[in-house]
Design a protein around this ligand. Sequence first.
Ligand code: GLN
Length: 398
Amino acid sequence: MNKQVADRVKSIKQSDIRRFSAICAAMGGVNLSQGVCDQPAPEAVKRAAQQAIDEDLASYTNLRGVIELRTAIAKKMRGFNGIECDPEKEIVVTVGSAGAFACIALATLNPGDECIVFSPFYGYHVNLLKLFGVGVRYVDLQPPDWSFDLAEIEAAFTPKTKMILLCTPANPSGKVFSKEELCSIAAAAKRHNVWIATDEIYEYITYGKTHVSIGALPEAKERTLTMSGGSKTYAITGWRIGYAVGPAEIIDRVSVVNDLLYICAPAPLQYGVVGGLGLPEKYYTEMRADYTVKRDMLIDTLREIGFTPFVPDGSYYMLASFEEGRWASATAATEAILNEVGVATVPGSAFYRNPADGDNQLRFCYAKKMADLEDACRRLRKLGGSRVKGAERLSRVG
Ligand code: GLN
């Protein structure tokens, strides 16, 4: 067939996150690649969705989502994020937080506009912006603490800049932006009169640091669109229940886009998330404790096999570097580890503005059932040459 595809999709390819997950599934390996979060969802979430199905709550919902969910989100935004919002006007339930970002980008940005993004970044953010014809300007986060230079942010602004995008806790670095950092970003956004979009889907997954929402800063509120959802907090990544919170006028536009693209998020699953939002504090404390154990287990394993992990303060991903020359590239490392011990990761190069910056790094996801993560760690320890390399490294350091 000699048909042309649209220019906007010509250069888009399947993400490395999905690519290595697919290869891993085909060979029956352990997937530490895609953040699938294949752990059991809380009973309260499952029961609430089941009840909604049994009660035939199956029709289209309000284009902003069911009011029960928006009311529960408003309560959580006030209590957890420190953001007051009106459930009638300032919240829209979306098809995942990715859906929230798509609707926000379409409602705020024209083709040719620019958005500032921190690198390393979550590829879906960047590729979605590119899909919509939005230019991306990057600001580097410097490992190991992922700090950034305010002057670099200032230099990234051009007359075309319309938005600055945050992800905190960040995918893939695990950075949790501090209040001071967020204040400086808010001040820059105000000076240049641009939107702030913030993806906070990992907000409950932190290790000692407190999650701060930039939308809670008075000077940022009028320009901030906060995105989150149930995916990671309740281990329901495939349910696709997300939301966006922001000023009424822009949420009105975001809601219209949401309606045009998807009509609404799956109705009974919206009720499931209402069940989740009613869980006691203990649920979140236990989830954090569980992820802390898993994070530390992976850190120990990676150090043992000669990697240098960048210890994350939040999220359930970890970037770790390997010694220059151990593999020819991050992609070669990913393929070698998958072939040799059946553990899938993501090449670090997929997350950086200059792919070379991540070419000796891999991203590991540890949102796994404990038995699966243990299996992955056992397999990783069998990696050829890992002990030798690790021992050499340690003796050199010592
Ligand atoms: N957010 C998840 C990740 O970074 C997965 C999302 C996806 O499958 N695209 O792995």
